[in-house]
Design a protein around this ligand. Sequence first.
Ligand SMILES: [Fe+2]
Ligand SMILES: [Fe+2]
Length: 224
Amino acid sequence: MSRTIEDQTVEELGGEGSVLVRQRRDHAQMDRLMDRHQALEDGAERERVLRELVQLVFSHAFAEETVLWPAVRRAAADGEELTSRVEEEHQEINDLVTDVERLDPGSAEREEKVLRVFALIRQDIRDEEDLVLPRLQEALDAGRLRRLGAAWETVRGSAPTRPHPVVPRRPPGNAVLGVPLSLYDRLRDGLEPGVSGPWGRRILAGLTGLLVSGAVAVLVRKRS
Ligand SMILES: [Fe+2]
Ligand SMILES: [Fe+2]
């Protein structure tokens, strides 16, 4: 019988480096950032908190899709069903955050979408801690949970930090396209706010377009 990872001890979850402990730690940080955003008045600090949350959520989810969900599909009979469900949540978050980035801060429409994003993130956390991650705990011993944790953390450290409509949710497509997009996101993260005017963005977008086309060419060649 699988058990939520929400209230288990670090030892039960496989120790500090275990992927289950690392996941829960990130989820708690997401919760804190959402609470902080809700408590703040409109302004620069509120926008900074939202940006930090988006960066955390997207790098976290990309590494899940690249490293963790394939492991769940290998480990559990219902892995396909469970991971499809969280992939759908990730896609919805991706689409909503894309809209949020286009809308004016302070507008009622943007505020409403931000609240929907927060509700989806909370739902995703519950599905992962109560349904998906317990399957990994059942299938893998502590040593393997820690090795998976190290792999997940490595990918998370160089993953895209923003929504992208072209990124497929599954390997190998997401992994190949993730490299140029991560570079683009991290350059933008470093430049904003202010320095990345329309020209800066155009140059970056051109550079990324070249890299993405290269990645797509590699993918197409692999498939054929
Ligand atoms: Fe997660
Ligand atoms: Fe997730």
